[in-house]
Design a protein around this ligand. Structure first.
Ligand SMILES: NC(=O)c1ccc[n+]([C@@H]2O[C@H](COP(=O)([O-])OP(=O)(O)OC[C@H]3O[C@@H](n4cnc5c(N)ncnc54)[C@H](OP(=O)(O)O)[C@@H]3O)[C@@H](O)[C@H]2O)c1
Length: 268
């Protein structure tokens, strides 16, 4: 149980998901969490579902918190930081930015002399199954154990040099969409061969869960696991080879690299 209060500034897709995950983890009481949005009506349901505090006042949320998570779009970052800058105190606050594309030196320049951490989670944080990459500034390192403990409660955590943040943004954060698109495509195939849409999605979701657990729990690589399914002259290898002829692995790799290049173009 963490005794400190958290302010989540920008209760949108990710900010609200973090709040839900924190409540599910039991790490904090709902009253310890304050979520902000410019439009309260957008987070009223979150309050109803989880019991967290909600407000439009970012500075007030920060003054009542120790840990401040900034979860707005990059375009809103300067504006929100200006709103809270006067309230932030070096010895009291630690700021965690989940904003993609704004680097630690830039955040330090905007925030002043504050411990800062960049976190790159994905929306599965709402059900405590995120893959979260973390990078710390020098002052932020003092909070490493505490921050890792929080994100470990919300899924898996990986500490990386900040130079790898663009890669983490694509593979860990956008990656959830890539995996979901695979799931959708597999279930569409399932419908074509006779399953109902509901059955097909259920099967596709469970095979992804099973495949993930095989790798995570056995600590193996996908290829030896694939070898166990591909009988010579069999069905699986025929299907897999057809997929590869159509560019399956290649299109995934190209998609990941395209996303990475886009982030490199825009980060500041
Ligand atoms: N979604 C993901 O899976 C994901 C994963 C990793 C990182 N990220 C990063 O996390 C950040 C948030 O992404 P998101 O998808 O959650 O965006 P989002 O859904 O747009 O959420 C941001 C929310 O903050 C609100 N907001 C803007 N300015 C504010 C202010 N001054 N005070 C309070 N609230 C304010 C926005 O309101 P308006 O819409 O009215 O502006 C919006 O509701 C982005 O920087 C993104 O790159 C997202």
């Amino acid at each position: 149980m963490i005794s400190k209060n958290i302010a989540i500034l920008g209760g949108g897709n990710l900010g609200s998901s973090i709040a839900k995950g924190l409540i599910k983890s039991g790490l904090m009481q709902p009253r310890q969490i304050t979520v902000t949005n410019l439009d309260l009506s957008l987070i009223e349901q979150l309050k109803e579902d989880t019991g967290v505090n909600i407000t439009t006042n970012n500075a007030e949320a920060v003054s009542n918190a120790k840990i401040v998570i900034i979860a707005v779009k990059p375009t809103a970052a300067h504006f929100i930081i200006n709103e809270i800058k006067e309230t932030l105190q070096t010895d009291k606050h630690v700021v965690i930015s989940v904003i993609s594309g704004i680097k630690l030196p830039n955040l330090e320049e905007l925030l002043g002399d504050i411990p800062v951490i960049r976190a790159m989670p994905n929306t599965a944080i709402a059900i405590r199954e995120s893959m979260t990459a973390l990078s710390f500034n020098e002052k932020g390192l003092a909070y490493k154990d505490e921050v890792v403990e929080i994100f470990n409660q919300l899924g898996a955590t990986m500490i990386i040099p900040e130079a790898q943040m663009p890669a983490a943004t694509v593979l860990a954060s956008c990656g959830i969409a890539f995996a979901l698109r695979f799931m959708r495509a597999a279930s569409q195939g399932g419908i074509e061969i006779g399953f109902s849409s509901k059955q097909s999605l259920e099967v596709a979701a469970q095979i992804m869960k099973g495949a993930s657990k095989l790798i995570i729990e056995n600590g193996t690589h996908p290829e030896p696991e694939i070898d166990k399914v591909t009988t010579p002259l069999g069905v699986t290898i025929k299907s897999l080879n057809k997929m590869e002829h159509e560019g399956f692995s290649s299109s995934l790799v190209q998609g990941v690299v395209t996303g990475y290049n886009k982030i490199l173009e825009t980060e500041s």
